[in-house]
Design a protein around this ligand. Sequence first.
Ligand SMILES: C[S@@+](CC[C@H](N)C(=O)[O-])C[C@H]1O[C@@H](n2cnc3c(N)ncnc32)[C@H](O)[C@@H]1O
Length: 198
Amino acid sequence: MDAQFWDEMYRGQDQVFSGAPNGVLVTEVTGLPPGRALDVGCGEGADAHWLARRGWRVTALDISPTALERAAAIDTTGRVAWTRSDLTTTPPPAGAFDLVSAQYFPLRQQPDHTALRGLLDAVAPGGTLLFVSHDLADLPPGHRNGFDPADYYQPDDISRLLDHDWAVLIDETRQRTAPAPPGTSHTHDTVLRARRLR
Ligand SMILES: C[S@@+](CC[C@H](N)C(=O)[O-])C[C@H]1O[C@@H](n2cnc3c(N)ncnc32)[C@H](O)[C@@H]1O
């Protein structure tokens, strides 16, 4: 799943995602005071738009130029820096964000966890990491299309890697507030919410 894969996916349809912000983001972030947010793998930008409308200054990062162009074209807030970048090769600025949100972001496992460490380092002391994935238990056997979930970090994997600089506030599976995306069997999310202490 490289840059070409993702850009072709977006170019293949006028709109890929619903345009609504992700339910877990809305639930978990509504009570937080606005600050600086990083939306990793922002896609068509619904989460970044939602955050910006609530006063967050957002860096919205994606590998797909088509997704970013689409997102920027309907941004009425002027509070989002739409940024083309590959998280696996370019770490975001360290300590720069009060919220780092990764929603259904395919972060490939690495033995030394370099890209994951870059993502974690982007959270400022006192800030929040919100990492959300589809619950793999919802995937019917034999319908993984060559995709091996073990190749990608799940929230639980990340929770286990967090050290004493972090407090894990939520590490759970929960029902989606929205229906499963069309053509999928995703009815549950796995959710990690952690606070960086120092
Ligand atoms: C499953 S989509 C989720 C999009 C959005 N977060 C949402 O919930 O609608 C994953 C997104 O991550 C982006 N992406 C994948 N690999 C990436 C990488 N290495 N660096 C930056 N973005 C990446 C893709 O282009 C895609 O927009």
